[in-house]
Design a protein around this ligand. Sequence first.
Ligand code: GDP
Ligand code: MN
Length: 385
Amino acid sequence: MNIHEYQAKEILRQYGVATPKGQVARDRAEAASITRDFGGQSVVKAQIHAGGRGKGGGVKFAKTPDEAAELFDRMLGMNLVTKQTGPEGRKVQTVFISDPVDIARELYLSFLVDRATGRVTALASTEGGVEIEEVAAHTPEKIVKVAVDPAIGLAGHQARELAFALGLSGESFKKSGVFFQNLYKLFVEKDCSMVEINPLVVTTQGDVIALDAKISFDDNALFRHPEIVAYRDLNEEAEAEIDASKFGLNFIKLDGDIGCMVNGAGLAMATMDIIQHHGSSPANFLDVGGGASEEAVKNAFRIILQDPGVKAVLVNIFGGIMRCDIVAGGVVKAAREIGVTVPVVVRLEGTNVEEGKKILSESGLRIQVASDLDDAARKVVASIR
Ligand code: GDP
Ligand code: MN
């Protein structure tokens, strides 16, 4: 789960991680009054779950309270297009007013889970304010990695290693140690999957502060963080994904042509691979999970069909706990109710497979039944050629 910058900064403050003062404005008058409180100037920042806002026009400097009100008006409701939103952009529904900071240096710092080592790892770079992917692609030597031993936590020498890598000295060096330790504590206690501070700023006074903050949480740990769940902003989530989550289904939007209904993440991966192998690519995948009802399967099929990218559908179910006759029943019901205009290929295997195939063949619908996974992928790819 992702949250907004202003929410991430609330958490940073709770952990004593330095960040500029700031407040969400509800209307233009409030944007002006917050700016007045900050001494007459502010940074007006669009809150969307995507980075690159600065370049897209979502971070603007206001020299007066009136200008902040103007910028607030212009920003609220605008469709913000950044490198990370894709060409369709994202509608701005929240505007954050930040106390301006005089920047001496812009640096980069993040903590994430490195799956190769299985450890929380800090990444630090002197190249702040630009996308870390760019730095990694062109000047990887400018990124320093520090893996944290979970039994020890971020050790003093590791915090110093990060500070050296960032070229900090004097008071900034000392302050950065506290900053890194507190950020690591936050990461672990809140079950984060990533905390990214870009830019981490050294101010002209030598303070070390988080000018921007992005936090992602491990969804599997959300059950023990109701305070984090309360930050969820449904405006930022794809409608189909919210729709799917209501039925306990897991929907992922991709950008190919074939809609995929599967059970289990492993089968989803295999299904996507074999579609690619046969020369096409998935438009999405929807995982119906272990014991979905006919009603859930029907909704799964509906959600897949509503994706405008779908040119054909592949249903690939290996029935263990999930029964093939329930899948077939759900697919047939959905097809009757919604009407299907794209080719559908179904591959069923496992529990009650014969009943499932019978339901499909007796439905009178134009559904191709495949003999195995390879055959299914071949047929569905051929159907859109
Ligand atoms: P992003 O573009 O979505 O990553 O948004 P950021 O919050 O990182 O802001 C983008 C850029 O705006 C930063 O890298 C800074 O260069 C600049 N910026 C943001 N806030 C301030 C501020 O308070 N003072 C100054 N001088 N620049 C700022
Ligand atoms: Mn940023």
